[in-house]
Design a protein around this ligand. Structure first.
Ligand SMILES: [Zn+2]
Length: 275
């Protein structure tokens, strides 16, 4: 479905199996001229089929580029089959280039993006590549200034909070996104978030994470020093059992960030016999 004058969304409902609110692939530009495709979905043939069917529906415009948000399988799985049909250059973060060249068995098909590069397409619009590590080191968000849309990949999701590898980098990436004025968030997973909520979602995510960090620091100030106990201090007593591991992972990620910033020190706290 059409989201804004230059954005078309192929939504796939894989929410029950893996992603709350389903997943999205976006075509950007003018269907009667040229378009850019963002991400190529998972390995499943059905997902690839859905992207190609939607491409047919749009009238098979010339594809200027296939741009990739990051290297995870649910974003690059269909790449070889889709590239075969669209015959378009694949653009991605420099750290992902080798992997995709191997995947396509073609060195010339993949070209590294430059930070802040603008990829021009039909309708007189273009996507600005914003390097946004955090969820993954090779993550790129794309900004469509003409429609005030931010394509956030897995950096900001529509219906859940994302997993973060490097929180310090992630927070910087969120800050970067707020510098590009947008009303609509087009995430890789979950529903599209339109105005007015879309304009504030990145800021909200940032504040939410900072709030968690303050809770971790508060627990440390009380002298609580183990991840499991910090988690108990921060989260409600009736936190569902299944959510506990991800809550602890979250606390751990915050501690890693604080260590990196040198405001927290890790000390080996227990000993056991080797046997
Ligand atoms: Zn994903």
């Amino acid at each position: 479905m059409q989201i804004t004058p230059h954005v078309y969304n192929m939504h796939i409902d894989d929410g029950a199996t893996s992603h709350p609110g389903g997943s999205n692939n976006f075509f950007v530009g003018d269907p009667s001229e040229e378009m850019i495709l963002i991400d190529t979905g998972d390995y499943e043939r059905e997902w690839t089929r859905s992207i190609l069917d939607y491409y047919d529906e749009l009238g098979k415009p010339k594809i200027t580029a296939i741009v990739i948000t990051h290297g995870h399988g649910d974003h690059t799985g269909g790449l070889d089959r889709i590239q075969e049909v669209m015959q378009a250059p694949v653009r991605c973060h420099p750290k992902l280039v080798k992997h995709l060249q191997k995947l396509l068995d073609d060195e010339d098909a993949v070209v590294a993006l430059k930070s802040r590069e603008r990829i021009v397409t039909g309708g007189g619009v273009g996507l600005r590549a914003l390097f946004t590590p955090g969820h993954e080191v090779d993550h790129v968000c794309y900004y469509l200034r003409e429609d005030r849309v931010m394509f956030t990949g897995d950096t900001v999701l529509g219906a859940s909070s994302t997993s973060v590898g490097d929180l310090a980098a992630y927070m910087k990436s969120l800050e970067l996104l707020t510098k590009f004025k947008h009303d609509t968030i087009c995430p890789a997973h979950g529903p599209v978030v339109p105005a007015p909520r879309g304009a504030n979602l990145v800021r909200w995510q940032y504040e939410h994470r900072m709030g968690r960090e303050r809770q971790v620091v508060a627990a440390l100030e009380k002298g609580i020093s183990e991840v499991s106990k910090i988690t108990s201090d921060m989260y409600p007593k009736n936190l569902k059992k299944g959510l506990r591991p991800s809550a602890e992972r979250n606390v751990n990620t915050h501690l890693r960030k604080l260590i990196k910033e040198e405001s927290v020190e890790e000390t080996p706290a227990s000993f056991k016999l080797n046997n």
